[in-house]
Ligand binder design. Structure first.
Ligand code: ACO
Length: 388
């Protein structure tokens, strides 16, 4: 609090800045509700197309609505030539995939050759949202292949959103189990209250700027390591441990050295992150179908040992498994390299961002908090030859 009694809320912690029907996060109870559905009710049942419809229209689609949504997305998957040309240049500089996604996203306000025209029945914001959601997987997959010296694979309209993403990466249509595994992941991380990137998108759209600008800004916010997270290090830790017998000495060494165990602890969740449960279940099903069960079992051992040691070294801090730990296992099981973990998060969260933008456009005001001036007020002008 300042001398004049102004309360400064650094990081806006505890400030409620918007109303939303899109998701509810209860960190004490460990509950996540997505558009009215408890996460566990939705995550492993819905297709990602159904979740997109739910967030955009506040109800599950009937068969006709789902058909329209699926066809609308499939029609928009190909990239405009300008986007693809840009990605080719960016790959020469070996920029990160998140940087390429940010640059690629910003080109989607162009209507060039190769790009299917938007649906004229939709307003501009809805047309842009459809284009962004449909094309994020194409940008990520095309860029990843270019970065690895391979030609992009054209999207297939007959595959679902999730299956087509995996297809564009590898050239092989995925099994039903792998598609289901990815859909459960995408459903699980689609929205999470007023997190930093969602807030960034709402701030931009609240100025009556456009959808592409809002989403490009959100990608920039998600890229930061404090937000997009790093499930990569959680996976590296499991690989370094290698076998169950090494888990305890390895984790003890880290904790003795004052290091943090990646994939544990959360600012909001003080009980187990409900997303970790959903992803663990999805990983188990997928690994049992066609995966490396030894890795799955090792991850379970590492988790149990980590939780026991965290309670021993950090009693009362309520450090539980977070979403990153099982994200790492699930996405690794889908053969995604760690460099694609955060971009794949963006492929899901772009749906939440666009839905928040619609909400903000419908109900929100310009977002304009205040700052408290902490400088002096009595400086006097000096010409350049007077300055030291
Ligand atoms: N391993 C060991 N100790 C930990 C961990 C951890 N993963 N997380 C917190 N602690 C300890 C801290 O050292 C601190 O100990 P102290 O009281 O002795 O000083 C205590 O627990 C409280 O820590 P804070 O930093 O106050 O907790 P905060 O809520 O700010 O941190 C965070 C949350 C950043 C996620 C933290 O738990 C962490 O760094 N985890 C590891 C990284 C990780 O998994 N990040 C992904 C999070 S999920 C997401 O963002 C989508």
């Amino acid at each position: 609090m300042s001398a004049n009694g102004t309360v400064v809320s650094e990081g806006l912690e505890g400030i409620v800045a918007a109303q939303t029907r899109l998701s509810s996060v209860d960190g004490q109870a460990g509950e996540l509700v997505i558009a009215g559905f408890p996460l566990e009710e939705l995550a492993d049942k819905a297709t990602f197309e159904e979740v997109i419809f739910l967030l955009w229209h506040d109800s599950l689609p009937n068969a006709q609505g789902l058909g329209r949504m699926s066809a609308g997305l499939a029609a928009q998957r190909a990239l405009p030539a300008a986007t693809l040309n840009l990605l080719r240049d960016v790959a020469k500089e070996r920029a990160s995939v998140m940087d390429a996604l940010r640059m690629g996203a910003s080109t989607l306000s162009l209507q060039g050759e190769n790009a299917a025209p938007g649906d004229p029945r939709l307003d501009q914001a809805r047309r842009d949202a459809l284009s962004l959601v449909a094309r994020f997987p194409t940008i990520v997959a095309a860029y990843w292949r270019l970065l690895n010296g391979e030609e992009p694979i054209a999207p297939r309209a007959d595959l679902s959103h999730a299956a087509n993403y995996l297809y564009m990466l590898s050239g092989e249509a995925p099994s039903a189990e792998r598609t289901r595994g990815l859909e459960t992941y995408l459903n699980t991380v689609v929205d999470h209250g007023l997190n930093a990137s969602t807030f960034a998108a709402r701030v931009i759209i609240a100025t009556q700027s456009d959808m592409v600008s809002a989403i490009t800004g959100a990608v920039g916010a998600l890229k930061g390591p404090l937000h997009g997270g790093a499930p990569g290090p959680a996976l590296d830790m499991v690989f370094e441990i290698g076998e169950a017998a090494n888990a305890e000495p390895y984790l003890r060494r880290k904790l003795e050295a004052g290091e943090r165990l990646m994939g544990f602890g959360h600012r909001v969740y003080k009980v187990r992150d409900p997303r970790a449960d959903e992803l663990a279940k999805a990983a188990e099903i997928m690994f049992k179908a066609d995966g490396d069960m030894a890795l799955y079992n090792l991850v379970q051992d590492v988790e149990q040992t980590a939780l026991r040691l965290l309670e021993e070294y950090k009693p009362g801090r309520k450090l539980q498994t977070n979403v990153e730990f099982y994200t790492a296992l699930l996405l690794h099981g889908l053969d995604l390299p760690t460099d694609l973990f955060t971009p794949t998060f963006a492929i899901s969260r772009v749906v939440g961002w666009t839905a928040h933008c619609f909400e903000q456009q419908a109900t929100g005001r310009l977002i304009r908090p205040q700052s408290m001036y902490s400088g002096t007020k009595d400086r006097r002008w000096q010409s350049i030859d007077q300055r030291s």
